[in-house]
Every structure is written in C-alpha cells, then in structure tokens.
Ligand binder design. Structure first.
Ligand SMILES: O=C(O)CCC(=O)C(=O)O
Ligand SMILES: [Fe+2]
Length: 165
C-alpha cells in the first residue's frame, strides 16, 4: 500500500477516532469509501491480517444491516445454489449518521457481510436494536443509497512509489 494524504475533511474524522483510542494508540491511515445502491451488498468476508484488528465505519445515507456469520456457518436448508445463503448469528443495524467500531471477536472470529436486498426486516437478531431509534419487530425498512467510510490503521505502508524503467 502506498501513502497518500487524506483530504482534510476526511482526516478530521480519522484523527478524531484515533484520539478516541480506537486503534490502540495508532493513527488511522486508511479510508475506504463504498457506495451501495438499494439492493447492493457485500459477500460475507473477513478483512484479513493487513489491517490492525479494528475497523471504524461512519454510515451515511441509507440504513443497512451488517450481518455476522461464523466461519463455518450453516446455510439455508434446501438451497441448491453453489453459493448458498448463510444464516447470520447476529446483525447490527447501521443507522444513517452513525458510527460502528468492530474489533476483537467481531473482527477476528466472524465473517461480516451485507445482503443484496432492497429492504430489511427488524428482528430480535439485531444485537443493537435497544440502542437504535424505536423500531418494532417485523417492521420493514426500505433501503436507499448508502455511503460508508471505513476507517482503519494499516501497519505496513510504503512511503513512496519507486518507478523502474
Ligand atoms: O460498507 C460497509 O459497511 C462494509 C464494508 C466492508 O466490509 C469492507 O469494505 O471490508
Ligand atoms: Fe469488511
């Protein structure tokens, strides 16, 4: 990875999170911006060893549901798809204008993903429901466009790129 200056408006948030000690005394140096149209998501995955085991995500635009899966999670019974749908152990409702910090077990022991659906149903598997705006079980929330700002500390970066002819 090659070092580049973060734009000032974004650096402000990276510094703020670092000052909150989100990255174990390190200063965040990596931001990934994702745009999801309604119906778009991201397959269950782990973020891997390149990053310090903490990820801070600022959520803007639509809500979404971030699902956590065990690495050998069960799949939906009878699903013949070669890439069958996994069953999440729990989910986190990511509200607009919210911050979520994943670390330790959430980072290392589970896969995380966002299903490719246009709406989400509120269930008792949403671990942070008690912290969210009031919702009732069974309620359906329509997704719209969402932007996420995933802020991390990457221990190994290359200071300059060397071009060889
Ligand atoms: O957009 C998000 O909230 C999740 C993104 C993610 O998991 C990733 O980029 O590794
Ligand atoms: Fe991820």
């Amino acid at each position: 990875m090659v070092r580049q200056q973060l734009p000032q408006w974004l650096e402000k948030y990276a510094l703020k999170l670092s000052q909150m000690n989100a990255f174990g005394g390190n200063t965040a140096n990596h931001v990934l911006i994702n745009e999801y149209a309604s119906g778009q998501g991201i397959m269950p995955h782990e973020d891997g060893p390149l990053f310090y085991p903490t990820v801070a995500t600022i959520n803007t635009g639509s809500h979404t549901l971030l699902d956590f899966y065990t690495k050998n999670s069960q799949t939906v019974e009878g699903d013949a798809d070669p890439n069958p749908q996994r069953i999440p152990v729990f989910s986190i409702l990511l509200e607009p204008r919210s911050l979520v910090i994943s670390q330790r077990d959430a980072y290392e022991s589970y896969l995380h993903g966002i299903r490719e659906v246009k709406s989400d149903v509120i269930t008792d598997r949403i671990a942070n429901l008690y912290l969210c705006d009031s919702h009732v079980i069974g309620e359906e929330l329509e997704r719209s466009t969402r932007f996420s700002f995933t802020i991390r500390f990457v221990p190994k970066v290359v200071k300059n790129l060397l071009f060889l002819k």
